[in-house]
Ligand binder design. Structure first.
Ligand SMILES: [Mn+2]
Length: 305
């Protein structure tokens, strides 16, 4: 079956059921994935209950309700299909939405599995797959593209190419069309663009080695002051999101100059950023995909999604 056929099979199975139990991974991708499914299913009038787990093993498997609800495993399950079979889960009432390596099972009656990796899409997460199933259910669910982007970024699907690619990029286009996502293409490759004081963002970028700036907040501050970027008031630096276009250009030029002068590799200097203009500025960590994902991962670690 093609990826689209798998997506349709999952959507069809969902349409014909009244109650769903979601079992999802407790990290940014798993939480986003669950949020997409829960929203889309509720809109269909389907009752959803969720169990978050750290990993799928015989112990956590016992937490899954033993009832007639449709079971949806999200961000896990593909690699544990043998165990799910042994547990006696009904293949016609079990959907696996995943992006991890799949375990082949010896069965004439397999689970409904929607896994982008099985179709060669390596740079997409479970939240992305959940979104595609949700969109197949009803095009109204394109408003959930933002959540899919957060899951993809949480699983670092953008890191190798410094941008989302493949089906994850198509989801991004949905988000942009919907107006809840803004793309800053090939912008400076730093973290914390909505919350971190700029010297910190520059000093703690893992991807580039800027002599005199990297791992040196004071050095980064002096570097910025030399090109006329100064604190808004004593000890209060602007964040990258709030710099004017010209100021950004100035910083980028100065960084390139500094790196080139010291023979550093500039190939990872620019990356895409995904902004959420609908999130208000008082909740700044939610204003871009990478900081939002960090927030969800921290919530997961505290077991409070
Ligand atoms: Mn994942």
């Amino acid at each position: 079956m093609s990826f689209l056929e798998d997506i349709r099979a999952a959507a069809d199975a969902v349409r014909s059921c009244g109650e769903v139990s979601v079992i999802s991974h407790i990290d940014a991708d798993g939480i986003s994935s669950e949020a997409i499914l829960a929203m889309a299913l509720s809109r269909e009038g389907i009752h959803v209950s969720t169990t978050f787990v750290r990993q799928l093993d015989p112990l956590t498997l016992d937490q899954i309700p033993d009832d007639s609800s449709l079971k949806i495993f999200s961000d896990l399950g593909s690699g544990q299909q043998q165990m799910l079979m042994e547990k006696g889960l009904d293949p016609s009432k079990t959907i696996i939405i995943d992006h991890h390596v799949s375990q082949p099972v010896d069965s004439k009656d397999p689970f409904i599995e929607v896994n982008c990796l099985n179709h060669g899409h390596e740079k997409m997460s479970a939240a992305g797959v959940s979104y595609l199933v949700a969109r197949e259910l009803d095009s109204i669910n394109t408003d959930l593209a933002k959540l899919a982007i957060i899951g993809n970024i949480g699983d670092m699907m953008d890191r190798e190419h410094l941008r989302l690619i493949g089906p994850a990029r198509e989801i991004l286009q949905d988000g942009i069309r919907h107006g809840t996502v803004e793309l800053w293409e090939r912008d400076l490759n730093i973290y914390g663009i909505s919350t971190r004081p700029l010297p910190q963002s520059l000093a703690y970028s893992d991807d580039m080695e800027i002599p005199g700036v990297s791992r040196d907040i004071d050095g980064a501050g002096k570097f910025l002051e030399r090109i006329g970027i100064v604190p808004l008031k004593p000890n209060k630096w602007p964040v990258w999101e709030n710099l004017l276009f010209d100021q950004k250009q100035q910083v980028c030029s100065a960084v390139i100059e500094q790196m080139v002068a010291h023979g550093k590799d500039t190939s990872r200097l620019f990356s895409d950023h995904y902004l959420f203009p609908d999130e208000d500025k008082y909740h700044a960590p939610l204003r871009n995909a990478s900081e939002f994902a960090t927030m969800l991962n921290s919530c997961g670690r505290w077991q409070r999604p």
